[in-house]
Design a protein around this ligand. Structure first.
Ligand SMILES: C[S@@+](CC[C@H](N)C(=O)[O-])C[C@H]1O[C@@H](n2cnc3c(N)ncnc32)[C@H](O)[C@@H]1O
Length: 233
């Protein structure tokens, strides 16, 4: 097996062929400014074990280090923000778990090196929690979560939107199917909720100014200190 595949069966069943580092870097270079920006949001719908997400997180953390390395408190806050902006969906549970662990390991290595004695386990737990909500085991075609046999469950894929307000993180949860519908361009410039399945319609509204669909959250949480996000869940 090449380092880009795990087994012939997995290639056959799931098209699992990982992208080589050189191509990952070249593709990230095409959107370099976004990869360098700490809070630009990325969602990879078939993220495998995280080749692209790891490269993007590495680049974001390089920006955090460049701007905040002299102040561990600022570094910590913005390094957490960098993680909140990275999302993935993967149908195979082992890949999704590998991806979370890999992102955590690279985040923690940088965090520990920069923050030294002020690095703490509470922040590490918060980052693990964020990754558990941002990297999900699901089917990117049906937009549903899957079970251990890759069969759709009755749960839609839901992602949190994290916003940093000072030292607090605000979390609002959105269904992925609703967010994608909200991105649809309305036919003839006239959005109509009647064409939308009822399950999705209840989380959509129409912006009175732009006349475009807007996704509504399915749940909102009160802002909490970024080290304590896990207490909301
Ligand atoms: C070609 S690999 C690419 C993996 C990774 N993006 C990379 O570039 O290294 C495709 C990945 O998508 C996953 N996959 C296949 N069908 C999927 C689906 N319907 N929803 C989510 N993930 C899927 C596979 O398990 C595999 O990990």
């Amino acid at each position: 097996m090449s380092p880009q595949t795990k087994s012939k069966q997995r290639v056959r069943d799931h098209g699992e062929v990982f992208t080589a580092e050189r191509e990952v870097k070249a593709m990230c270079d095409l959107v370099k400014d976004e990869c360098d920006r700490i809070d630009s949001r990325f969602l990879e719908p078939a993220c495998g074990n995280g080749n692209f997400l790891a490269e993007i997180l590495t680049r974001k953390l390089a920006t955090v280090k460049k701007l905040y390395k002299s102040n561990p408190y600022d570094y910590e806050r913005y390094a957490v923000l960098a993680v909140t902006s990275i999302y993935g969906v993967e149908i195979l549970a082992d890949n999704a778990e590998e991806c979370r662990k890999r992102l955590f390991a690279l985040w923690d290595k940088e965090y520990t090196a920069v923050c030294k004695k002020s690095a703490n386990d509470e922040t590490r737990e918060a980052v693990r929690y964020i990754l558990s909500k941002n990297i999900l085991c699901g089917n990117a075609l049906t937009l549903m979560c899957v079970d251990e046999n890759q069969k759709d469950t009755d749960k839609p894929i839901v992602f949190p939107e994290w916003s940093l307000l000072g030292t607090k993180l605000k979390r609002r949860d959105f269904r992925l199917d609703v967010m994608l519908k909200a991105n649809d361009k309305p036919k003839n410039g006239q959005p109509s909720l009647f064409d939308v399945p009822e399950e999705i319609r209840k989380y959509l509204s129409i912006n009175p100014v732009t006349k475009e669909f807007m996704a509504e959250p399915i749940c909102e949480y009160p802002p909490v200190h970024y080290r304590k996000v896990q207490e909301n869940g």
